[in-house]
Every structure is written in structure tokens, then in C-alpha cells.
Design a protein around this ligand. Structure first.
Ligand code: BGC
Length: 757
């Protein structure tokens, strides 16, 4: 919630009748809320990588697709995340906050933090990663930066909105552990660490219930468990049944006006089917939000277009990932002849389509920026391909081959056109267009030094092009200053320091959700469970083209041993990083935790912390990563809570999820937990209970005799066989061990008398 103000929410709603309170819960138009009494209107705008504020003169268009005012287009989340830099995300959030203040916008609809479950999701460019830890760290930075400017965030899309297909109806069917450990985890972290003013619920259903009408999600978990004090806003058009939504904990149905819904809410309160206290609570939250937003408004704010463009360039340079660099082909020399090939060199692909699309203040053209930094070098250019005209492919390719043949090196821009991916639909494949692959091999045939610059919002398959390039710079989408940043990186003005936030698979058939995406018959089954992204490829021991976390620099780093200390709250890991190359550089040290033997299924390794270090050539520094204890926890379904298993964990330090350079072990004390025993509890579960286990052991002794030999005549392992039998059946059916009354008494004593592991 925004800072407190002098008119309290209590005062503001005190004089309002039921109908007026109901009206607080829906918008006035596409972007604003209705001012009622002392409660002012709120203005909202998209979106996460720049402000999409519609010119009020055009705000009336019902779809919100009219023109928006010029704003700085920073790298979309797919690019920003590759910086692995929460501090940088905070600076971007702050810059967007300043632009929002100047435009009179009080809530910016972002960040989008859904997990990239499948590379085909059309909106992956708006999301950060396949990993919840990394997603949460970056989004926390972004929200803090924005809100420090007095502008509220809207953490979206809550929750499990991981595909565009049928997004307004489909049910994401997810088991409790993946739901908590993968899909809700980043939301939980950002809510508790950065207190966003609002959370935006998603369009889809979760296990059969619309997010907008899901009381478990919006009230029990978000408010009850995580302590969220802000308002829940619906995604635009996500509310199917307004009364059910209010009952579930939704505060604001957008867009407006929903007069019919307001009326129904008021009637439901009047006829007693919706408790008046529920309406009171939601009206209070809306009043607090609007009053706080107004009190934080600074319409006199000014921002400088050049300054923000230059920040966008600094940020973009940190976001590109150098996937390979053979024979030190990069950085480029500022002499000789450089052939720049590809449509995207002159018509940059720098953001995605849909509600986040920004009207950029200006756009850097990579070819111009390369020329500006090329010094003595001659820079030639050929278009190479035309994304809008496939028929031109052969001619453009022939021209590009001639250009490349006459040069000392070819820099080839490849990627996906805007029309090939966007909000609203998913891709059916992850291939780079065939004419571009052909172009690259034709260039390769005449030119021995080839650099590829990639631009795309969703992951593309790189296996067909990897061998045709000496160096590959994966820019994802870099925003309006991407062209300048690419030139900085190519000439070594900036060192590439981005790291992948998604795995690049060898083929589509290897991806975790291959058989469960995008779903059918209104359901998408999250059948891969916990094994999303690198968790899947590692567990299946699948080869990948580039692993999560991968990225090179123009220098090299050496990792020392990991030293750890632990207390009740944290594990602290320290290791020495040395720059062993001849240039300054920035390393991102990634920490993964694993557990050899566990009571539950786990991924071999999971990211649990990371840190960055900037080092001059030859310099060394100790890097410390503090890992909160809850990074070791899993969601225990029976107990309905997070639980740290006691015992040993392995901690790996790596330059990627597959380039593990150091390891150590750390021992943790387990959380005490009471898992209530019932008649359904298996004998094995009862035997591990501290009170019930020993008592039952004594009772079973006469029955089973010596456990080592029991069952031997039948060729069975008696302990294993009997272990899975529910105590209710064992006690009452098989051995007549106890009467029903004795069993209930036994379970009662166990449940009231002890805590167990
Ligand atoms: C999108 C949201 C966006 C909203 C307003 C919806 O279609 O899913 O992300 O904030 O529109 O434009």
C-alpha cells in the first residue's frame, strides 16, 4: 500500500452507501477509476519495459490500442533478465516511475513475472525466466525502483498464466508442489520483499477456478499466508462473475465501466448473499489505494529524453549474452572491412507486440551505431532477407554473399520478426526462419569469420546455426537503445556480461511441456511437475545447446573453493573469484543447491543465490552470497507448509547451471513439523513418528517376529511390504492389532502428544 495520508480510508468510505462502495470496485473507463466522494480517481498504464500511456484524447477506444505518448523503451523482461542484475532492474523501474509521474500515471501495470514454462508461449518476452529465484530477485528490484518514485506496481499475471492459447478460459491444472515451488514462488517473494501496491490476477483458471474468482488464491494465500495489504486488480476483462470475484477477494474489475456488475454486487449485499463486511473490506482497500496514490503524485516531475536513452543503452549492453566467441573473433578491430548483413541491422527488432508495446522516444539503428564506432574500418551492408517478402530471399542472399565475400568479417543479424511472436498467441515451433539459416550458411561458405547477432523474444533453436558462426551474441530484445549497445559490445567499449535465463534446447521435442502444451479441452495439465527449464534437462540428463546461466565475457574467471557458515536463518557462502584474462570484466557467480537423498522428488540442482563481481584484469575478490534458509525448503503437502529437511545439502558454484566450478556440503537442522496421523497414514509414516513409532514397534514385534527373517519363506521383504499398508487397515483388518476405539485413542495420543519430522 502507498504511504499513509491525512484523509484516512476509514473516513473516506464512512459516508458511502452500499451502491457507492460497490462502484469503487470497477473502473470508470479503460485506464481510470471513478472518483467517488473524497476518493480520487486512479490512472493506470501499461507496461513493464516502458510507459504505454494512451493520449487522453484517444483513451476512449474500447480496446486500449490507440496511440500512446512517447516513452523510453527499456529492454523488455526477456532482455533485462539476462543482466542478472536486480540493481539495474531497480534503475529501470525508477526511470519508468519518473516518466509515469510526469504523465500523471499512478499505477504501472507490471512487472509480468510468470514462469517461462515452455518456449512457445507468445508472451515469454514479457517474462523474466524459467527460474523463480532469478525472476523474484529481478522483479523485486524493478518494483522497488518504481515504487520509490511514488508510483505503484501491479505484479502480474497472478497466477499460472504460462500460455496465450485460450488464455481467457483455460484451466492450468497443477499439483500443489509445482504450484508453490515454481509458479507461486516468485509472486510470494516479490509480495513479501517489495510490497507492490497491487497484484493483477490472470485470465486463466487454476485447477478449475478462475483466478479472478479464486478465494484460495486471492484471500487464503495472497493475503492470509503472504500478508499482502494492497489491492487485487483484474486483468482486463478477466472477471466472469463479479459477485464471485468480490467474494474471492478481488478489489477492482478492469476495464470499466461495469455498471451491471456494480449493481449485482450491491444487490448481493442487500440480499445477504455477499457479506457486507466483504464489501466494506474491499472498498477500504480501494480507498486506501486511491488516496495513497494521489498523495504520492508528483505531476511536476520532469525527465530527460537523452538521459533515459543513455540509461537504456547502458542497461541494454548489460543484457546481451555472448554465447560463443571462437578464436577471439570479438571484439572487432576498428580497421579493415566489416560486412553488416541482415534486415534487423537497419530495422531493429527491439520489443514485443501487445499491451506492453511502447511508442519509443527514438530507436538506435545498429548499422549507424556500428559505423559511428568503427574508426578506420569500412562498414558495408546488405539486407540479406526481408521478413515481409519471402520472394526476395534468393536475390537478397546473393547480394549478401557478394558483400560478405569482399569483407574481412561478416556480422549477420538474425532473429524473429515482430509478427512471428506476440501477446495473444503462442508459437508452434521454435525455428529461426529457413531463409535466414540458408543466408547464414551461404555467407559462411565465402567468409571464414562470421559473427551472428540474434534478436527474438522467445527462445529459438540454435542447433542449425551454431557451427556456422565463430561468435554469437544473443540480444533477446534490447529496447530502443539496443543498436548502440550492440555496437558498444562488438567493439569492446562494453564487456558482454549477460547470462541466459532460459535453456536453449537441442530440439523442441526435448522441452519439458512438449506433450502438455498448450493443452486441450479447456485444460492444460502441468504434467512435468517441478521439472521446468534446467530442472528438467538436468534430471533427464538431456544434452542442451546452451544451458541456463551460460554466457561468456571477453575475459576469463577462475573460481576458488567455497567456504560456508550457517546460522538459524541463513547459509553464507564465500569464494574467491579471479579475473585471469587480460581485460576488465564482470562475472555472475551462480549458486545451486542439490540434495542427494530426500524424502521427496527434487531437481538435481536449483538456483539458490547469485552475486556479481567486477574485476580488473588479474584482480581477485572474495564474493559472498547469503542464502536464506527458506531457499532449502520444499512445499510439504501433508503439513500444508514449507519445510526444510534436515541433513546434508550440496552447494555448487558455477558460471552456468552446467559449468559447475566448485562445490561443498552444508548441513542443516530440519524443521520440526506435525503431520497429523490418520487411519490413512501408512505404517512406514507411523513408524517415523516420534511418539507413535516406538509404541507401534513394540506392538508389532510379536506379530512380525524378527524383521530380518519375517517373510523370507515367501521371498518378500516384510518391512517394505507392510510399510505401505494404512494403519487403519493393518490394525483392524489384518492382524486385529487394535479395536477401532483403541486405534482412535492411539492416533489421538500421537497427534496431541508429539511433533515429528
Ligand atoms: C494484458 C495485461 C495488460 C492489460 C491492459 C491485458 O490484455 O494481459 O498484461 O496490462 O491488458 O492493457
Amino acid at each position: 500500500m502507498p504511504d499513509p495520508v491525512s484523509t484516512t480510508a476509514d473516513d473516506a468510505i464512512a459516508g458511502l452507501g452500499i451502491e457507492e462502495r460497490a462502484r469503487l470496485g470497477s473502473g470508470r473507463d479503460f485506464w481510470t477509476t471513478e472518483p467517488i466522494g473524497a476518493i480520487p480517481s486512479i490512472t493506470m498504464s501499461d507496461g513493464p519495459h516502458g510507459l504505454r500511456h494512451q493520449d487522453p484524447a484517444h483513451a476512449g477506444d474500447a480496446l486500449g490500442i490507440g496511440p500512446s505518448i512517447p516513452a523510453t523503451c527499456f529492454p523488455p523482461a526477456v532482455g533485462l533478465s539476462q543482466s542478472w542484475d536486480p540493481g539495474l532492474a531497480e534503475r529501470v523501474g525508477a526511470a519508468i516511475g519518473r516518466e509515469a509521474q510526469a504523465a500523471g500515471v499512478q499505477i504501472v501495470l507490471g512487472p509480468g513475472i510468470n514462469i517461462k514454462r515452455d518456449p512457445r508461449c507468445g508472451r515469454n518476452f514479457e517474462y523474466y525466466s524459467e527460474d523463480p529465484h532469478l525472476t523474484a530477485a529481478l522483479a523485486t528490484g524493478w518494483v522497488r525502483g518504481l515504487q520509490q518514485q511514488g508510483v505503484g506496481a501491479s505484479l502480474k499475471h497472478f497466477a499460472a498464466n504460462n500460455a496465450e492459447f485460450d488464455r481467457m478460459r483455460s484451466s492450468s491444472d497443477i499439483d500443489p508442489r509445482p504450484l508453490r515451488e515454481i509458479y507461486l514462488r516468485a509472486f510470494q517473494r516479490v509480495v513479501t520483499a517489495a510490497a507492490p501496491w497491487t497484484v493483477m490476477c490472470s485470465y486463466n483458471k487454476i485447477n478449475g477456478v478462475y483466478a479472478a474468482q479464486n478465494r484460495w488464491l486471492l484471500t487464503d494465500v495472497l493475503r492470509g499466508e503472504w500478508g499482502f495489504a494492497g489491492a487485487v486488480v483484474s486483468d482486463w476483462g478477466a472477471v466472469d462473475d463479479r459477485v464471485a470475484a468480490v467474494a474471492a477477494g478481488l478489489d477492482l474489475a478492469m476495464p470499466g465501466a461495469d455498471e451491471v456488475g456494480d449493481q449485482r454486487v450491491a444487490e448481493a449485499v442487500q440480499d445477504g448473499s455477499l457479506p457486507e463486511s466483504t464489501l466494506q473490506a474491499t472498498a477500504h482497500r480501494m480507498a486506501a489505494l486511491a488516496l495513497g496514490a494521489a498523495a504520492n503524485a508528483r505531476p511536476e516531475t520532469r525527465w530527460d529524453i537523452d538521459e533515459h536513452h543513455s540509461l537504456a543503452r547502458t542497461v541494454a549492453a548489460r543484457c546481451a549474452v555472448l554465447l560463443k566467441n571462437e578464436h577471439g573473433v570479438l571484439p572487432l578491430e576498428r580497421s579493415g572491412n566489416i560486412a553488416v548483413i541482415g534486415e534487423f541491422a537497419t530495422e531493429p527488432r527491439y520489443q514485443g507486440g501487445g499491451s506492453s508495446h511502447v511508442n519509443a522516444t527514438r530507436v538506435d539503428i545498429a548499422l549507424d551505431e556500428i559505423r559511428a564506432l568503427a574508426g578506420e574500418a569500412t562498414v558495408t551492408h546488405a539486407r540479406g532477407f526481408d521478413t515481409a517478402n519471402a520472394a526476395a530471399a534468393a536475390d537478397l542472399r546473393a547480394e549478401a554473399v557478394t558483400t560478405a565475400a569482399g569483407a574481412d568479417i561478416a556480422v549477420v543479424f538474425l532473429g524473429l520478426a515482430a509478427a512471428q511472436e506476440s501477446e495473444g498467441f503462442d508459437r508452434e515451433h521454435i525455428e529461426i526462419p529457413a531463409d535466414q539459416v540458408e543466408l547464414l550458411s551461404a555467407v559462411r561458405a565465402v567468409q571464414s569469420r562470421v559473427v551472428v547477432i540474434l534478436a527474438h523474444g522467445g527462445v529459438v533453436r540454435l542447433a542449425p546455426i551454431v557451427d556456422a558462426a565463430d561468435a554469437i551474441l544473443a540480444t533477446a530484445l534490447l529496447g530502443q537503445a539496443g543498436g548502440g549497445a550492440i555496437a558498444d559490445l562488438l567493439f569492446g567499449v562494453a564487456d558482454p556480461c549477460g547470462r541466459l535465463t532460459e535453456t536453449v534446447p537441442v530440439r523442441l521435442a526435448d522441452v519439458p511441456a512438449y506433450d502438455n502444451f498448450p493443452g486441450e479441452n479447456g485444460h492444460v495439465r502441468y504434467g512435468e511437475g517441478l521439472f521446468v527449464g534446467y530442472r528438467w534437462y538436468d534430471r533427464r540428463e538431456l544434452e542442451v545447446t546452451y544451458p541456463f546461466g551460460h554466457g561468456l565475457s571477453y575475459t576469463t574467471f577462475e573460481y576458488g573453493d567455497i567456504h560456508t557458515t550457517a546460522d538459524d536463518e541463513t547459509v553464507t557462502a564465500t569464494l574467491r573469484i579471479t579475473n585471469t584474462g587480460s581485460r576488465p570484466g564482470r562475472e555472475i557467480v551462480q549458486l545451486y543447491r542439490g540434495r542427494e537423498s530426500s524424502a521427496v522428488l527434487r531437481a538435481p540442482r536449483e538456483l539458490c543465490g547469485f552475486a556479481t563481481v567486477e574485476l580488473e584484469a588479474g584482480a581477485a575478490q572474495d564474493v559472498t552470497v547469503v542464502i536464506p534458509r527458506d531457499e532449502f525448503a520444499y512445499w510439504n503437502e501433508a503439513a500444508g507448509r514449507w519445510l526444510v529437511e534436515g541433513g546434508e545439502y550440496t552447494l555448487f558454484a558455477g558460471a552456468s547451471s552446467r559449468d559447475l566450478r566448485a562445490r561443498t556440503t552444508v548441513a542443516l537442522t530440519g524443521d520440526p513439523v506435525t503431520v497429523p496421523l490418520t487411519r490413512e497414514s501408512s505404517l512406514a509414516e507411523v513408524m517415523t513418528h516420534p511418539v507413535a513409532g516406538p509404541e507401534l514397534g513394540e506392538q508389532l514385534q510379536p506379530l512380525l517376529g524378527d524383521s530380518g527373517s519375517a517373510g523370507a519363506d515367501l521371498g518378500i521383504d516384510m518391512a517394505q511390504m507392510v510399510g505401505s499398508i494404512p494403519i487403519g487397515r493393518l490394525a483392524l483388518t489384518f492382524g486385529g492389532l487394535m479395536t477401532a476405539a483403541q486405534l482412535d485413542d492411539f492416533l489421538d495420543r500421537a497427534n496431541t502428544g508429539a511433533t515429528g519430522r
